[in-house]
Design a protein. Structure first.
Length: 267
């Protein structure tokens, strides 16, 4: 559960960090499941455009009981309820692995821009919780964020560059913010490189402007994302909805578990 100071920091900056949220045993359990899912050939596993490297795996909860329980862990689900001031439902899960020396960038974007245009999300009252499964340094593809940018409306300066959901999920550049606008916005705010040890979680608003550079280091970097939407922010109909494992059309509230995700396995 977040303190009031943490909630205030989220409201002001669009993100807050939670160090040492998970134990070594819990992290090892997540690692094992992600390694298994990376080796499966299924539609939810997307490869990078110019390589056979895994760029992202979505819908983790549909293929892993361990990761499904993680989405209801009170250390994850309860903070989402707090910052959104709402009951929440599970909107999306994703793992983003960046291999040493090889993995590509994710361009500057607001998640809400995709979720609004692709899925029909009415407002940005949604949140991501990024769990660091490796030590994240300035060299291995950390999250870059613009503090306070969750309040910015970038609709008019974001142009569409292609069609279809799969290409955008593999390249991450379907909706591009103009370079001129980016330069001006970043100059007017504070650019932050989110570096933190394995086991840290970062909660950030769906409107927060962010990106991640290529991994140019000799160390892998994997981040697991659990994303929630407010139940009263249900998706509107769209002409070509994305797959359910990428953007579910229901808004069924979840209840945080009474115990942590590994403890609940024995109950």
């Amino acid at each position: 559960m977040l303190t009031q100071d943490q909630i205030d920091a989220f409201d002001k900056h669009g993100y807050v960090m939670l160090p040492d949220l998970f134990s070594p045993e819990e992290l090892a359990a997540m690692d094992a499941e992600i390694l298994r899912l990376k080796q499966l050939d299924h539609p939810q596993r997307l490869l990078e455009v110019e390589s056979n490297l895994v760029r992202a795996i979505y819908g983790l909860e549909t293929s892993s009981e361990v990761l499904e329980r993680l989405t209801r862990d009170p250390r994850v689900a309860t903070p989402a309820q707090q910052v959104l001031r709402s009951k929440v439902y599970l909107y999306q899960t994703q793992v983003s692995p960046k291999m040493a020396f090889r993995s590509a960038a994710w361009e500057w974007h607001q998640d809400f821009m995709y979720w609004c245009r692709e899925d029909g999300m009415p407002t940005p009252n949604a949140v991501s919780i990024a769990i660091h499964l490796d030590d994240v340094t300035e060299f291995n593809g950390p999250l870059y964020i613009v503090a306070g940018s969750h309040t910015w409306d970038l609709e008019q300066v974001t142009a569409q560059q292609g069609d279809g959901w799969e290409g955008s999920a593999r390249s991450g550049d379907k909706y591009k913010i103009s370079d001129e606008s980016l330069s001006q916005l970043i100059d007017e705010s504070k650019l932050v490189s989110v570096k933190a040890p394995r086991g840290t979680a970062v909660i950030f608003h769906s409107g927060l402007l962010h990106c991640s550079p290529p991994n140019l280091s000799p160390r892998d970097r994997t981040v697991l994302f659990v994303r929630y939407n407010a139940v009263d922010n249900a998706l509107r109909p769209v002409p070509e909805p994305r797959p359910e494992w990428l953007a579910p059309r229901h808004n069924m509230a979840i209840s945080p578990s009474e115990s942590t995700f590994l403890s609940s396995a024995s109950h």
